[in-house]
Design a protein. Structure first.
Length: 285
């Protein structure tokens, strides 16, 4: 008989925050907020039911930048006016006894101009624009724009601002969304980042965007004197493309992340029992 009792044990994180149990709700894109990203009664009731009996509840992708909006009815953390809805979500979760973690997100090439009013932005425009062509043509709606240095630093600031909004709203922490082929993963992947400047080329340069965002969120925590504020990171371990991420690059990233004062790393994996495809540990579940 399998002993599941440990699932209900408390866990103390490395910043001394106690999580009521090991059970967590992974972030889900609900498409159930209002069109402007604000919370409604249906979403509130869903959160109330789902947050019952768990230790950690991670809210689904919350956009940090206007051009990064990716889903219909996506929650937003763009300005102070987004605080009331984030605060209500956090309170519902905390009232059920769970910790409320707000996942902060930028869609990159997967963002939708019809939702944001702006072109999607990417580390390198060549690859996504080639993939998005239909009948040999690229539509104005889907064409991606390559980020320059100033724009990259603004997005880093946007993540920090979203982190601060989440903190002010009463969330217990944030999860930085670096998985599922969204903008952060697009920077680290050699398949989607062909840059030759300080943001591309070597693993270390492609990783810099990730680590700068983590550092920016840590500074927000320190500025607000909130050592109890949780910072987590979500990543996808591999890509199927021949020139995509392998476990070698991912483990290098993990080794860099664990040197940062973050509280957890969340692995987004389609099949938990899947063997590693390529790189370090290939063939191992």
């Amino acid at each position: 008989m399998v002993d599941n009792s440990k699932l209900f044990e408390k866990v103390v994180l490395n910043n001394k925050v106690e999580v009521p149990s090991r059970l967590s709700v992974a972030p889900l894109t609900l498409n159930s907020s209002n069109e402007d990203g604000t919370i409604n009664d249906g979403e509130a009731e869903y959160l109330r039911i789902r947050a019952t009996g768990v230790g950690l509840y991670i809210l689904g992708a919350t956009a940090v930048s206007q051009e990064g909006i990716t889903f219909p009815c996506q929650p937003l953390a763009l300005t102070e006016k987004d605080i009331p809805s984030i605060s209500k979500r956090a309170k519902i979760i905390k009232d059920q006894g769970a910790l409320a973690i707000n996942q902060i997100h930028h869609g990159g090439s997967r963002a939708l101009k019809k939702l944001s009013g702006l072109s999607p932005v990417v580390p390198t425009a060549e690859v996504p624009n080639q993939e998005l062509k239909k009948d040999g043509k690229l539509s104005e709606e889907t064409e991606c724009k390559e980020l320059n240095d100033t724009q990259i630093n603004k997005i880093i600031d946007d993540f920090a601002h979203a982190c601060e909004i989440s903190l002010k709203a009463g969330c217990d922490g944030v999860e930085i969304h670096g998985a599922n082929n969204f903008l952060l993963q697009q920077f680290y992947s050699p398949h989607t980042n062909k840059r030759s400047d300080s943001w591309g080329g070597s693993d270390e340069k492609r990783m810099k965007f990730y680590l700068k965002i983590v550092d920016a969120c840590v500074k927000v925590r320190e500025k607000n004197n909130r050592p109890d504020f949780i910072i987590g990171y979500r990543l996808s371990p591999e890509e199927p493309f021949e020139d995509g991420l392998t476990m070698t690059e991912t483990l290098k990233l993990v080794r860099a992340l664990v040197l940062k004062p973050i509280q957890f790393i969340h692995i987004s994996q389609h099949n938990f029992f899947q063997q590693a495809r390529r790189g370090e540990g290939a063939g191992i579940e």
